[in-house]
Design a protein around this ligand. Structure first.
Ligand code: MN
Length: 306
C-alpha cells in the first residue's frame, strides 16, 4: 500500500514541450510517482495553435494513452498504423517490448489533450506491440454533469479500452451556467486516485482545485464529492487503480524495472535495432536518446513493504 495518506494536493508547474506547447506534468513528480499503474501524465494546452510535432521515438514497458480534448493529431507507428485522433477520442498504443511512433499536428487550430502512460504488468511487458483507436466511449449524464468513461468500469458502464491492470479513467464536465452544481462519484476503496482539473475550478472532497493542482487520494476513499466554484465551464479527469507493489523506473521514454533493461533499450534504439521498427511517411527527425553513461536506476518497493 502507498504510504501517502488521504488527500494530498500537488502543485503543477508549466513547462515547455517545445514549439510553444505548454504542459503541466502531474506524473511522475518528486511527490508522487504513480497512481495505480498510471505512471506518466502530461496535461498539454490549451493553446491557440497546434504545434505538436514529436519525431520518431521508442517505448518499452507501457501503454501510451491519449485523451484528446481539442485539436487533431496524426499518430504513425512502426507497426504501420496511421490514425488521426480527434476531440472525444482515445489512442492506445501498447509498446510490449518495443515500438516507435510519431505525433504530428494535423490541424492548425487549438490543441488541448492529456497524454498518459500505463505501466504494463509482467504478463504484457515483454509481449507484442499493438495499437488501437477508440472513437466512441460510454457517456452518460448525472443531472447537469456529463461523464465519459475512458478506461475501466464505473457502476454499470465498461470502457472498451483494452488495459491489463485494474484501473479507471473518467472525464467529467459541467457546462457553464448549469444549476445542480454538485455531484458525487463512487470510488473503489482498493484503488488510489488522482484528480486533474482540465478547465475551471472545483471543490473536491473539500479541496479547492484548478488546473495548477493535482489531487491525490490514497486507497480507502469511498466517494468523490464535486462542487462547482464559479460559473465557468468545468472539466476534470479522474484516474485511479490498484497501487503497484513496485514503482517502476521511468527513464526517457522507457518504463522498466532495472537499469540493465533501460540501458539495453537505449542501445537498441541508438543502433537502429529492428526491435523498434521504423516509422514511415513522416517528415520529422528521429529523436536521439540521452546518454546512458554511468546510469544507475532503481525500481522502488512501496515504503510500507520495505
Ligand atoms: Mn510517445
Amino acid at each position: 500500500m502507498n504510504t501517502l495518506k488521504k488527500a494530498i494536493r500537488i502543485p503543477l508547474r508549466d513547462s515547455e514541450l517545445g514549439e510553444g506547447l505548454t504542459i503541466k506534468r502531474a506524473l511522475p513528480t518528486r511527490a508522487l510517482r504513480t497512481v495505480g499503474p498510471w505512471c506518466f501524465l502530461d496535461h498539454a494546452g490549451p493553446v491557440a495553435h497546434n504545434m505538436m510535432n514529436v519525431g520518431p521515438h521508442p517505448h518499452i514497458g507501457l501503454q501510451t494513452f491519449t485523451w484528446m480534448i481539442e485539436g487533431e493529431i496524426m499518430h504513425r507507428d512502426s507497426l504501420g498504423y496511421e490514425q488521426v485522433i480527434r476531440a472525444g477520442q482515445i489512442n492506445l498504443m501498447t509498446s510490449g517490448r518495443g515500438i516507435s511512433h510519431v505525433e504530428e499536428a494535423h490541424s492548425t487550430g487549438g490543441l488541448h489533450l492529456v497524454q498518459l502512460w500505463i505501466a504494463l504488468p509482467a504478463s504484457h511487458r515483454h509481449g507484442p506491440a499493438a495499437f488501437a483507436h477508440y472513437p466512441e466511449l460510454p457517456r452518460w449524464d448525472d443531472g447537469a454533469w456529463q461523464f465519459t468513461l475512458l478506461a475501466g468500469s464505473l457502476g454499470q458502464q465498461h470502457s472498451p479500452v483494452e488495459v491489463y491492470s485494474p484501473l479507471v479513467g473518467v472525464d467529467i464536465r459541467l457546462t457553464a451556467g448549469e444549476a445542480n452544481a454538485n455531484v458525487s462519484m463512487e470510488l473503489n476503496p482498493t484503488y488510489e486516485y488522482g484528480v486533474l482539473v482540465l478547465k475551471g475550478r472545483t471543490k473536491i472532497n473539500g479541496e479547492m482545485l484548478d488546473p495548477s493542482d493535482f489531487l491525490y487520494l490514497s486507497a480507502g476513499a469511498a466517494v468523490l464529492e464535486l462542487a462547482r466554484d464559479g460559473h465557468e465551464d468545468l472539466q476534470l479527469m479522474v484516474i485511479g487503480g490498484e497501487p503497484l507493489a513496485q514503482t517502476p523506473i521511468i527513464w526517457w521514454n522507457f518504463v522498466g524495472y532495472s537499469t540493465e533493461e533501460v540501458v539495453e533499450a537505449t542501445r537498441d534504439w541508438q543502433a537502429h535495432s529492428e526491435r523498434f521498427g521504423t516509422v514511415l511517411n513522416t517528415p520529422l527527425k528521429r529523436l536521439p536518446a540521452p546518454s546512458v553513461e554511468g546510469l544507475v536506476l532503481h525500481a522502488h518497493q512501496r515504503k510500507s513493504e520495505e
